[in-house]
Design a protein around this ligand. Structure first.
Ligand code: PFF
Length: 453
């Protein structure tokens, strides 16, 4: 069926980079990276996260994009097309990716909802304060209000759906290309402000001076899960974007750029946040609320702080939009190309499903506060099940697929643009990692982290 559908695609090389980066950079950098780094002891966690990104994230990202471009299909179709033995159900990896997309979007859309709400709160000015109690109770009041939480989340979902209805090239490429550079500039400005705060040395020491006493198997699994989440891996997102890549795009060079730029944004967020945490007496381990309570305190310190705060949350909304667009693209393209639905119908169905499933995350701090499964509320459970189980599992299977099923010749041919690029050493090294190192490493970290051996 996919052959008969005219596929969209990214039209320029910069557009490819911007859209891929737009998927990677998101609330993962601004919200998840600082809160996990804070909760897991700082620099030791950061070091393991960096290692996981390099040794596991990068090869898996290259694998996904290469597979997607070679097959030019949705994630399920890609695995079906590239698999020589049609009897084995490799397509299930694509289906698991769709499940992961729904779980992540359910809680992610709620965090995006907080960010959107904060743009308006910043305009009102009520959250701008260096008093920890003021910023903490403002955030607490927002998440404890079921009506506000739900309406903001549904508003966000409708907004993203509207962009997707505009189509791949015009919607995703057009919007991310314009907005990504603004994001970098605003974060740089924020760092400059934070570096003038009194306890800047404590903040930077927390972020960059490792203390390995807090590292456990669970912490290592969390760091690896963050590496997958950050680079949008293990669930078919990068595979789908790979299917829109041009045939002459240099995949290894693009992925390295995306990885470095993504790390850079996370570092900037860390440098903007941790000096403030120590200066104003917040707990680095505050978790999901960290960004929402520290950032207003930083801005309260400087002239024009209110305007800058509006800019910051607007910037976070931009980053979140690019990431959500890429996540939604997975179920939408599967429904469109596998089940023959129109893109519009597929988008509307996805949004409707997310409004239902996502509400369990929106109501986690209010109506459904006492509803728990496996000892976790729905927000934490969806986060845990996706980042620490489904994405790493997807990563193992994709690495094994390339390393043992699709094979060296196919992989190298695709990655060298049919021989046009002379990158045999790079493709050989990536193939080696995918065949032997990544699957084993992910498996060990996962089983140990989950306490299974
Ligand atoms: N990489 C995004 C972020 O860090 O915010 C989140 C994300 C996007 C995860 C797309 C997974 C995905 F498929």
């Amino acid at each position: 069926m996919s052959n008969t559908i005219k596929r969209g695609g990214f039209s320029s090389s910069f557009g490819v980079l911007a859209a891929t980066l737009g998927s990677a950079v998101g609330l993962g950098n601004i919200w998840k990276f600082p809160s996990l780094t804070g909760a897991n002891g700082g620099a030791g966690f950061l070091l393991i996260y960096l290692l996981a990104t390099l040794v596991i994230g990068l090869p898996v990202m290259i694998a996904e994009i290469t597979m997607g471009r070679a097959a030019k299909a949705d994630p399920i179709g890609t695995l079906q097309k590239l698999s020589p033995k049609k009897s084995l159900p490799w397509w299930l990896v694509g289906a698991a990716g769709m499940l992961a997309a729904f779980l992540i979007l359910s809680f992610y859309s709620e965090v995006v909802a907080w960010v959107f709400a904060y743009v308006f709160k910043a305009i009102g000015g009520s959250i701008l304060s260096s008093d920890r109690h003021v910023t903490e109770s403002a955030f607490g009041a927002l998440i404890a209000d079921p009506v506000q939480s739900l309406l903001w989340q549904w508003g966000v979902l409708a907004f993203i759906g509207a962009i997707l209805l505009m189509g791949v090239t015009k919607g995703i490429e057009g919007i991310t290309k314009k907005l990504m550079p603004v994001l970098f500039l605003l974060l740089l400005l924020l760092c400059a402000v934070s570096l003038t705060l009194p306890k800047v040395a404590d903040g930077l020491a927390f972020l960059f001076k490792p203390d390995f006493s807090k590292i456990t198997a669970g912490v290592i699994l969390t760091a690896m899960g963050l590496a997958f989440f950050k680079l949008s891996l293990g669930m078919g997102t990068m595979m789908t974007y790979g299917s829109y890549f041009r045939d002459d795009q240099n995949i290894p060079a693009t992925t390295v750029r995306v990885m470095l730029a993504d790390l850079f944004v996370s570092m900037l967020a860390g440098i903007a946040i941790f000096p403030a945490v120590f200066t104003f007496g917040f707990a680095p381990s505050a978790g999901p609320s960290l960004v929402f309570i520290t950032i207003p305190a930083v801005f309260s310190q400087i002239p024009g702080g209110q305007l800058l705060m509006i800019a910051f949350f607007a910037l976070a909304s931009v980053a979140a939009t690019g990431a959500m667009l890429s996540m939604m693209e997975v179920p939408v393209v599967i429904l469109h190309e596998r089940w023959g639905m129109s893109r519009a119908k597929a988008t509307l169905l996805t949004i409707a499903a997310l409004m239902v499933l996502g509400s369990s995350c929106a109501l986690t701090n209010s109506t459904m506060a006492s509803f728990k499964l496996f000892g976790m509320n729905m927000f934490d459970l969806f986060d845990f099940a996706s980042s620490n189980v489904l994405l790493p599992l997807g990563g193992i299977l994709l690495a094994l697929f390339v390393g043992w099923v699709w094979g060296r010749d196919n992989f190298q041919r695709a990655l060298s643009n049919q021989g046009a690029l002379h990158n045999a050493a790079v493709t050989g090294a990536v193939f080696f990692l995918l065949r032997y190192v990544s699957p084993l490493l992910i498996l060990v970290v996962m089983l140990k982290g989950l306490g299974l051996f």
